[in-house]
Design a protein around this ligand. Structure first.
Ligand code: ATP
Ligand code: LTN
Length: 334
């Protein structure tokens, strides 16, 4: 089905209900690669357990994240959609790459610093080595391109460093991946604290708009969005709230910021926020409807998972045996 195509890989954690940040910064952009590349889109459940999860919720969200991939336009016949823990080579290569990743490098990761501050009672080793597992996700498939939001840039650079380091010691083993960061939606900010990124695990529900929120909820959250003093609807310093709303508006409408600024010139903040809520809710409606249809057909989702895991496994196994050979691990003749 795929063969000689270049590879795209990306992942989303099933650690909460996905936000419009996940949508605009990542998932919405995934389907653009499906024709030209062999695309692997993974539900990274092993990454999710770096923060404590309730097992039944993790299981449910794994199905939901897969269903959302499909509802956002990813055809399982054209993309390999799978769950990370179904392909054991992720953990296997993850361990190997742990041994080629430096303590100092991991200590510098801002996501680790942020998450350790948020989970001070559970700063586990997995949270620390998270980027090495992410590198293994990417490198296992000889990935060329990784579409992600801005916040993952640092992890991607580390994945490149790890690949280069390994290649230098053992000879060409991994393709060195490039990040692909979408222009518009790369960093959607919290509606309550617009200097912070919108994050699906934010405790303040008013700060995040979720892909599956009802129109009422979406409208309410936008109405309450924090703006700034002043009354002009323009992007700029000191206007982080309005800038974020304008950015969200342009992402959903494909208009330029200049067009949007012109459209809203002279309008009050209240009416502007309602307009942003409207385009957001209306754009997401088809995704919500398709999601509901898919979640009612668990057998179908399980079939997609099985097919995706089989395809991913075949390719992951190839890289892993190369790595084992290079490292000097002995082969078991059975
Ligand atoms: P968590 O809050 O659990 O850390 P998260 O919301 O950051 O999760 P991830 O599963 O870690 O989401 O990320 C999935 C993808 O969504 C990544 O490519 C990430 O860069 C992107 N992403 C996450 N938040 C945003 C955001 N606010 N704006 C743009 N892209 C985002
Ligand atoms: N670390 C990412 C999720 C993630 C990922 C990946 C993204 C795990 N493995 C591989 C791209 C490629 C996050 O926290 N957003």
């Amino acid at each position: 089905m795929f063969n000689d195509k270049k590879v795209v890989f990306s992942g989303v954690q099933p650690s909460g209900n996905l936000t419009i940040g996940n949508y605009l910064g990542a998932i919405r952009n995934f389907s653009a690669f499906s024709e030209e590349y062999h695309c692997y889109y993974c539900v990274v459940d092993m990454h999710a357990i770096t923060v404590r999860q309730v097992p039944a919720e993790l299981r449910r969200r794994t199905y939901e994240t897969l269903a959302l991939y499909i509802a956002c336009g990813l055809d399982p016949q054209k993309n390999t959609l799978f769950v990370q823990s179904h392909v054991p080579q992720h953990a296997e290569l993850g361990w190997v790459l742990d041994c080629y990743t430096m303590f100092g490098e991991l200590s510098r990761m801002t996501q680790f610093k942020d998450k350790s501050a948020k989970n001070a009672d559970n700063i586990n080793a997995g949270l620390f080595t998270y980027p090495a597992l992410m590198a293994s996700d990417i490198l296992l498939y000889q990935t060329e391109l990784v579409p992600v939001g801005q916040d993952q840039k640092q992890h991607l650079e580390l994945a490149r460093d790890i690949a280069n380091r390994f290649n230098q010691i053992y000879g060409e083993t991994f393709v060195v991946p490039e990040g692909y960061i979408a222009k518009g939606g790369a960093k959607i900010m919290s509606l309550q604290e617009p200097t912070k990124k919108m994050s699906k695990s934010d405790a303040n529900e008013n700060a995040v708009v979720r892909i599956l929120d009802s129109k009422d909820d979406i409208m309410r959250k936008f109405k309450r969005a924090v703006t700034d003093s002043g009354n002009e609807i323009i992007c700029g310093e000191g206007k982080e709230g309005i800038t974020n709303l304008l950015n969200i508006y342009t992402c959903f409408t494909n208009k330029t910021v200049e067009e949007a600024q012109r459209e809203f010139a002279g309008m009050g903040y209240g009416a502007f926020k309602l307009a942003v809520g409207e385009v957001c809710a209306d754009s997401l409606r088809p995704v919500r409807d398709e999601f509901a249809r898919l979640m009612a057909d668990k057998a179908y989702l399980e079939q997609v998972m099985a097919q995706g895991a089989e395809d991913a496994y075949k390719n992951a196994r190839r890289t892993m045996s190369k790595v084992r050979r290079k490292l000097g691990f002995t082969e078991l003749k059975r």
